[in-house]
Design a binder for this molecule. Structure first.
Ligand code: NAP
Length: 483
């Protein structure tokens, strides 16, 4: 009966899934439509999963014996995996999002590797091209799995320092060449052997082992702070691996989903690199922000001038235009709700308030947009760098809250700075700048910010949320005194 399920249904379901993926992705390009975009893409994934059951049920056993899987076990795996993902997705803090993305990404790579393993160990590969594609998917998936796990460990603080050995690049090169050599040998033997892959479980095991080791070696030396970009690269790898395995299984939904993820991951990687004015190879092969990258900063003129939160709050209450620059520290302090409460007070007093978001503020692309959206900040108050940078010079106050590198003027002037050339928000051009941070902590790049020493800049020391509470009290106090 099952073999009667027409191929047409499978084709249409795959097409529907592919359409939903792409339409969902399109909707994710704007913060206004992004939530529905995520829902649509999720729906696409559900359709794709259902379509994969149609494959199992719809194709005759004689045609594809390896498709005879245990449907009951697959359902149990889906329920357990789906439940765990739902629970962790609900529970995760915004600042821990990169870790979660790293783990899920690694699982995607692992899944692609697992498909390849089933095909290789189960002797299902037909022909040299399919074998080559399977091995490529296996290699990329395995590298993505082990690399993403290391990335997760670094982001979560399990691995605290970049681990580099002398001759690291050469070691990585040897690991990569050894993996490729074993892969090449498998393809060679498969050509000459009448019954390919039968006698090669050890070789295939070695191939996977080497690929996993290569992923670890490649990721260990990279600075923890560069992990978001590395995760984005592995995301692209995972997509590619899944797409390749989709080709092996001749599953169009898998192919399209994999290629969409691969292309999106690669574009995101390039955008992040561009926003930091760094090349992808610089990210992969240098220890940015680590001891090697620290540069001798020239003598810094000026001094740090602390000011009370209440004074800064009152000053902004009497300003005409205020631009707020949120950064990683705002996410750490979870100060977004209080920030918007403060903004509403300013607006009620007639102050024009805008938010300026840098493309790599925070530790994940879009982190600030999500943070502000979470607090209910209307999208029309949020401006991206290129749309707002000219406004700073006509602004009374730039309130830099938990941000550092993205407003560091050294990026414009100091050729020896690791962030030289990175586009920054022109907060320094505002008439007055208030910087909210806990102390003298450096930003992600590990360098001093010359903005903090400028004559027009005052430091408001404290946890962002606590500072905002004081600012709110001060502005409310003015209203109460006037009444
Ligand atoms: P940042 O340069 O890392 O600076 C964050 C600042 O927040 C620190 O100076 C810290 O100073 C302060 N801070 C930390 N906790 C705080 C708290 N609870 N309350 C108040 N302040 C707090 O952040 P950013 O300006 O957002 O720049 C992002 C950096 O990450 C860029 O260099 C970017 O290239 C990099 N990056 C971003 C991405 C991405 O996709 N967004 C990816 C990779 C790398 P104190 O310790 O003194 O408080």
């Amino acid at each position: 009966m099952f073999t009667l399920v027409p191929q047409l249904t499978i084709g249409v379901t795959d097409l529907a899934a592919a359409f939903l993926f792409m339409y969902g992705l399109k909707r994710m390009s704007s913060p206004v439509t992004a939530p529905s975009g995520i829902f649509v893409a999720g729906l696409g994934m559900l359709v794709a999963v259902l379509a994969s059951f149609l494959y199992v049920l719809g194709v005759s056993a004689a045609a594809r014996p390896h498709l005879l899987v245990n449907v009951g076990l697959a359902v149990v795996a889906l329920v357990v995996g789906g439940g765990a993902a739902w629970w962790s997705g609900k529970k995760v803090a915004l600042t821990s999002m990169p870790q979660m993305v790293a783990l899920y990404n690694g699982m995607g790579g692992g899944a692609a590797g697992a498909i390849a393993a089933v095909e290789l160990f189960g002797k299902n590969v037909q022909g040299a091209t399919q074998l080559l594609v399977t091995l490529m998917g296996a290699l990329i998936g395995a590298v993505s799995l082990s690399g993403s796990i290391v990335a997760w460990a670094k982001l979560d603080g399990v691995i605290k320092k970049p681990l580099r050995v002398k001759g690291q690049q050469a070691l990585n090169g040897v690991a990569m060449l050894a993996t490729l050599a074993v892969g090449g040998y498998i393809v060679f033997v498969a050509q000459t052997d009448a019954n390919p892959l039968v006698a090669m479980p050890k070789l295939i095991g070695l191939f996977f082992g080497l690929a996993l080791v290569f992923g670890v070696l490649m990721t260990l030396p990279i600075g923890g702070a560069d992990m978001p970009v590395v995760i984005s690269i592995y995301n692209a790898f995972t997509g590619l691996a899944v797409g390749l395995e989709g080709f092996v299984l001749q599953n169009p939904a898998l192919m399209i989903a994999g290629m969409v993820v691969g292309a999106a991951g690669m574009l995101l990687t390039l955008l992040m690199a561009k926003a930091m004015n760094r090349s992808v190879s610089n990210i992969l092969f240098t220890n940015f922000g680590g001891p090697a990258a620290r540069h001798a900063q020239g003598e810094i003129k000026g001094s740090l001038k602390p000011i009370a939160a209440s004074d800064a709050g009152v000053f902004m209450r009497y300003a005409s235009k205020v631009i707020i620059v949120p950064g990683y520290g705002l996410a750490v302090a979870q100060g977004q709700e209080k920030l918007y409460e403060f903004v509403k007070l300013l607006q009620a007093a007639g102050v024009a308030v805008k938010f300026a978001v840098h493309p790599v503020a925070g530790r994940m692309p879009g982190q600030m947009d999500v943070l502000l959206a979470e607090a209910g900040v209307p999208y029309d108050l949020i401006f991206q760098l290129e749309d707002i940078n000219d406004d700073f010079k006509s602004t009374d106050v730039a309130l830099v809250i938990g941000a550092n590198d993205v407003v560091n003027p050294a990026a414009r002037t100091d050729k020896s700075s690791p962030i030289f050339g990175m586009p920054i928000l022109n907060a320094d051009a505002a008439k007055k700048v208030y910087v909210v941070k806990r102390g003298e902590g450096k930003g992600y790049a590990g360098i001093v910010n010359t903005l903090f020493y400028q004559d027009n800049c005052n430091m408001v020391y404290g946890d962002a949320q606590a500072v905002l509470v004081k600012m709110i009290e001060a502005v409310r106090g003015l209203g109460a005194a006037a009444a």
